[in-house]
Design a protein around this ligand. Sequence first.
Ligand SMILES: Cc1cc2nc3c(=O)[nH]c(=O)nc-3n(C[C@H](O)[C@H](O)[C@H](O)COP(=O)(O)OP(=O)(O)OC[C@H]3O[C@@H](n4cnc5c(N)ncnc54)[C@H](O)[C@@H]3O)c2cc1C
Length: 422
Amino acid sequence: MKHICIIGNSAAAISAVEAIRERDKDSRITMISDEEYPAYCRCLISYLLAGDISEGKLALRPQDFYTQNKIDLVLGKKVVKLDPKKQRLTLADNEKIEFDIALIATGARADFPDIKGINKEGVSGFRTIKDAKDCLTWAQFAKVASVLGGGLIGLKAAYALRKKGLDVKVIVKSKHVLSQVLDETGAAIVQRHLEHHGIDVLPDQDVAEIIGNGQVKAVKLGSGKVIGSPIVIVGKGVKPNIELVKESDIKTEFGIITDEYLKTNVDGIFAAGDVAQCFDLVRGAAYINALWPNAIEQGKIAGANICGEKKAYAGSLAMNSVEFFGLPIISIGLKKTEPGFEALEFIDKRNSIYKKFIIKENVLKGFIAIGKINNSGVILKLIRDSIDISSIKQDLVSDSFSYARIIDLVGKDEIYTNIPAY
Ligand SMILES: Cc1cc2nc3c(=O)[nH]c(=O)nc-3n(C[C@H](O)[C@H](O)[C@H](O)COP(=O)(O)OP(=O)(O)OC[C@H]3O[C@@H](n4cnc5c(N)ncnc54)[C@H](O)[C@@H]3O)c2cc1C
């Protein structure tokens, strides 16, 4: 009976363990996580902070999930080393765990830039339940909060703190918010909407220092301007948690390199989720699209292949869907044209409606929709399957465009794939 060790206890790990138990009821499974909580939906922590949902609503599986699936769950322990040769894990307290097969589903963590004062009390990433609960406590005593970074996670934190009634400053190094998700036109619409709801966006700004004696008091910008702020949220991107394999032969770049079976270059070692660098359907190269549905799908496939199957993963896509103060935003694939690409656009600034299609050789490579997001599932299908759109191209931006227009291209049984709400 083999011993399968899963490092991580979130989207990728849970879907992998379910895929394994569907096929193998007997093998011993140990799941190890350095968080103190059973698996929860990380995507919803901002709603906990906003007071929209209670902590119990974050739970990903019922309380008896681990016993029902005969899983030895180890919480609050960090794996510091994975030794493929010895088939052994070393935990931070030096405990050793032997394994036959290992799945690395360690995800990613908030990336903290090297700024003076970044370690002060009151400064936090926004990745875990603990981060959200810390912010909840601090928000009781604060009137102002600063968010470093205008990406999806930073803006989700800003939105939640604004809903708590705080004055929120979003300090963005790039020229506009959501620079990884939208183009300039789309970002300007979103920024105007956020400002209309009381969030101050400060683009093109650098943070020189975080000021305070132990506890943060203010943020000093590169311009010299000082913003009084007892809360600072760091939303400057994420870093895959790959340190545990650094001393091994497992290939890494930004993340852990996997093949289409989510296998690493070392036998018996798999990787899935935000830590895994695997094929991107639009870029046509290994890339990390750190998103929940990608982690779930990769976990499922890794789980099946851990049980000896040869299930291939088609590849991941950058697909984001989020809503701020009633304004829905979707972006899939590329957001900017490159040489040899063309773009079709529709914009209605007064009503905050924007649509953009990015096309290369009659294949959709990217899509942005703001304000009106109908048919996005259809567009996702066209992008994911690289369908030739030459016969429908001119209809894409029209309001009357719908699934009916592409039935001949995709067939009837492929109706509406969901886009994950960010
Ligand atoms: C605020 C927020 C909102 C988000 N909203 C969305 C959304 O709406 N839609 C969407 O698609 N995506 C969203 N995401 C991204 C999504 O949460 C991630 O893509 C997803 O959680 C990745 O799952 P994972 O299993 O790969 O890793 P993670 O969820 O990062 O989990 C990894 C687990 O492994 C543990 N771990 C790491 N290293 C070790 C170690 N060395 N030893 C032991 N344990 C370890 C971690 O503590 C963690 O529990 C959001 C993320 C955040 C932070």
